[in-house]
Design a protein around this ligand. Structure first.
Ligand code: NAD
Length: 257
């Protein structure tokens, strides 16, 4: 239980990668705070079930990451944040000349500005303790681009930049800041697309994954939420104490191309 005694706040963690990260941090013994914008009984039940499964404290706190005040309030309500995982994110795909302005604003707010607000709120406590981990879930799109994803690519490159600045400002104080850059990850949303793709392309599961979905991922295999979570656990460990201001790609070779 290497993270016993640490409290981890994971934004956007009632599904997908955030949930996988929260589960792996809990498995490593951390108290975990789950978050999303909804406030349903099942959100709180999810946190309770993680707490029970791993024998740790786990809580769900509603906060809309598109709102700066709410981001800061999440950290306040957590009652301490040793490990901050900025994971909440959304996507919209359209050409720049027709990209809806409200979608641009929302993607920048949720994928980038939320990390600024939560980091600003969490750093004073980390500095006081002389220990902290800021882990930003960026993307292969924080390092490379694709057409029709202007807001997402801009936000994720921004997250990588914010990560570097955070690392420099706290260097030598026991606090590190790094970005995990996943390629294509097998989340429930992605899993749900596979049967349709199989039908449309008249291919079996493995072929549609290899030939249609993962053409940019040389391994032709998805990364898993457990692998992203395991990377977050590693970045939280003592072995990673001198790893700061950098990106770790979990992308099957995407960014090596
Ligand atoms: P997901 O849709 O399953 O998860 C997104 C999470 O963010 C959900 O919990 C959702 O409720 C939450 N969220 C959305 N808007 C929010 C808001 N306004 N306030 C609070 N929470 C909010 O998607 P995912 O694939 O798990 O993505 C998680 C992160 O990983 C994102 O930042 C995404 O850009 C990044 N990422 C995903 C992939 C992939 O292939 N799935 C690849 C690279 C990076």
């Amino acid at each position: 239980m290497q993270l016993k005694g640490k409290t981890a706040v994971v934004t956007g963690s009632n599904s997908g990668i955030g949930l996988g990260v929260a589960r792996e941090l809990a498995r490593a013994g951390a108290t975990v705070i789950l978050n999303s914008f909804s406030d349903r009984p099942e959100d709180h039940e999810l946190a309770a079930s993680i707490g029970k499964e791993f024998g740790v404290q786990a809580r769900y706190i509603q906060a809309d990451m598109s709102n700066g005040e709410a981001c800061r309030a999440l950290i306040e309500k957590s009652g301490g944040c040793d490990i901050l995982v900025n994971n909440a994110g959304i996507q919209h795909v359209a050409g720049i000349d027709e990209f809806p302005v409200d979608k641009w604003d929302a993607i920048l707010a949720i994928n980038l500005s939320s990390a600024f607000h939560t980091t600003a709120a969490a750093l004073p406590g980390m500095k006081a303790k002389g220990w902290g981990r800021v882990i930003n879930v960026a993307s292969a799109h924080g390092l490379t681009a694709s057409p029709f994803k202007s807001a997402y690519v801009a936000a994720k490159h921004g997250v990588v930049g914010l990560t570097k600045v955070t690392a420099l400002e706290v260097a030598g104080q026991g606090i590190t800041a790094n970005a995990i850059c996943p390629g294509y990850v097998l989340t429930p949303l992605v899993e749900a697309q596979i049967p349709d793709q199989m039908k449309v392309h008249n291919m079996d599961r493995d072929t549609v994954i290899r030939e249609v979905m993962l053409t940019r991922q040389p391994s032709r295999q998805f990364a898993t939420v457990e692998q992203i979570g395991g990377t977050a656990v590693f970045l939280s460990s003592d072995a990673a104490a001198q790893i700061t201001g950098t990106t770790i790609s979990v992308d099957g070779g995407w960014t090596a191309l």
